[in-house]
Design a protein around this ligand. Sequence first.
Ligand SMILES: Nc1nc2c(c(=O)[nH]1)N[C@H]1C(S)=C(S)[C@@H](COP(=O)(O)O)O[C@H]1N2
Ligand SMILES: [Mo]
Length: 245
Amino acid sequence: MRAFGRLTRRRFFKITGGLATLIAGLVRPHPAATQEVDYFEGTDFVGKTRAGRHREFYINYWQPMRRIDPATWTLTLDGLTERPATLSIKDLKTFPAKSMDSRLKCVECWSARATWTGFPFSELEKLAPPKPEAVGVLFHCADEYKEYLSLDALRHARTLLVTHMNNAPLTDEHGFPLRVICPFKYGYKNPKAILRMEYVDRVTYGTWSKIGPYSPDGTILPGTDHPLEFGKQPRRIPGGEIFDY
Ligand SMILES: Nc1nc2c(c(=O)[nH]1)N[C@H]1C(S)=C(S)[C@@H](COP(=O)(O)O)O[C@H]1N2
Ligand SMILES: [Mo]
C-alpha cells in the first residue's frame, strides 16, 4: 500500500512536471525558432544559424550541407570559356593574396564587417578565359545555392574571391574553401562554398531573386541598416558599399 502511494506520488510529479514542460514549451518558442542553439556544431553538416559566436556574424545557408572535405574539393571553371579548368585547394594557394576590410550587408537588415583575404577574379580569367559572348558567371555552391555575377562586378576593384576571413581560413559556416565578397551588393550576391563557376551569356536569376522580391542585380539601395556589432541600432545608408562604419 505504501509502495503504491509512493508510486502514485511519483507518477503525479511526473505528470505535473511533464505538463509544466509542455506549457513552458508553448509559452517560450522552441530554440530552433529563436536560434539559441547551433544544431550543426560538432556534426558533419553546416546550415543557417545565428547561435553562439554566430550572433556577431549570422550564417546563411539555403539548406544544410555536408562540410566540404579539402582533400576532395575541386573548383570547376566551365561554360562559355576558351579553356575549361579544374582547380584544387593547392592551386588556390598559388594566387597572389589581397586583403580588404568590408561590410557584408544582408538584404534582411543585418550587416557585419570583416577583413577578407583572397585573390582577384583576373587570376581565374587567366586560367579559363571567357569567350567573347560571356557576360557573367553563374556560381554553383555546395548547398545547391546558385548566384550570378556579371563580369563587370567580378572585375570590380572591391570584389574578391575569398579564402580567409579575419586572417584565418574561412570556416565551413562562412563558406570554406572559397566564396565571393562583393561589398557593394547585398549578401545574397556573395556566394559561399563554391564548387563551380559557369560562364554564361545572359543575366541569370540566383536562388533568392528567383523566389523572392530581391533584384537580380543586388546593388545595395539607400535605406536602413542594422549592424550586428552596434547592437543592431538602425543607421541610414546611402546605397552602394557601406564605408562609414
Ligand atoms: N552557398 C551559399 N552562399 C550564400 C548563401 C547561401 O544560402 N548559400 N546566402 C547568401 C546570403 S543571403 C548572405 S546574407 C551571405 C551571408 O554570409 P555569411 O553566412 O558568411 O554571413 O551569404 C550569401 N551566400
Ligand atoms: Mo542575406
